[in-house]
Design a protein around this ligand. Sequence first.
Ligand SMILES: CC(C)(COP(=O)(O)OP(=O)(O)OC[C@H]1O[C@@H](n2cnc3c(N)ncnc32)[C@H](O)[C@@H]1OP(=O)(O)O)[C@@H](O)C(=O)NCCC(=O)NCCS
Length: 200
Amino acid sequence: MDQTYKPSSQSRICITELMIPSYANFKGRIHAGILLSLMDKTAFACSAKHAGSYCVTASVDQVDFFQAIESGELVHLKASVNYVGNTSLVVGVRVEAEDIASGVIKHTNTCYFTMVAQDARGRPLQVPGLLLENTEDVRRFMEAKLRKDMRLHSKIRFEKKVRELDIFAQLDGLRNERCTLAFDPDYLGKKNSDFGGMIL
Ligand SMILES: CC(C)(COP(=O)(O)OP(=O)(O)OC[C@H]1O[C@@H](n2cnc3c(N)ncnc32)[C@H](O)[C@@H]1OP(=O)(O)O)[C@@H](O)C(=O)NCCC(=O)NCCS
């Protein structure tokens, strides 16, 4: 059992990258995939610093892009460890874009990476605990724990709903959606029962 505690200030990092034209689409806006790759790299560096070992990305929480980033802007990626489990840790990554000429900085998004520390054989490795140095650290830790619990509950609820899904009984639910059927559901329904209730 690792009894050491490290503050997030020891592993906090900021990576700055210039957005060059090859990162952008025809309108000069940066591809989301480029940003995701930069965020992943930043989360890796931060988590590996805290863990003192290699880390892999287990999951990424919802990513929303509030504003576009343009070619020629500087992107600052600020990362810190928000939460520590046993072998996993949550890294918050804040992305800001700076217009070099005006110095105006816009916050484009923040997201949370769950990283898992691994030993040399690729087995999950316990990470040092987190030393919370101020109320901001406490808030981030509690928020991350809340996010983790809610994610688990919503995953369980979603999986239950999927198990209960009966596409023929619930076709009416599509009435107000922007889709239309290109086949006769009654015909398919009959075909299903012919095949012992198996769907297609
Ligand atoms: C992530 C990974 C290491 C988990 O391995 P595992 O054998 O399932 O490990 P465990 O079940 O022992 O879980 C280890 C920790 O990871 C966490 N974890 C596992 N899957 C997770 C997920 N999808 N999201 C968040 N956390 C996850 C567990 O909660 C546990 O945390 P804790 O030790 O702090 O309690 C494994 O699934 C893996 O190697 N995935 C591929 C990672 C990768 O290649 N990423 C690059 C992108 S392709």
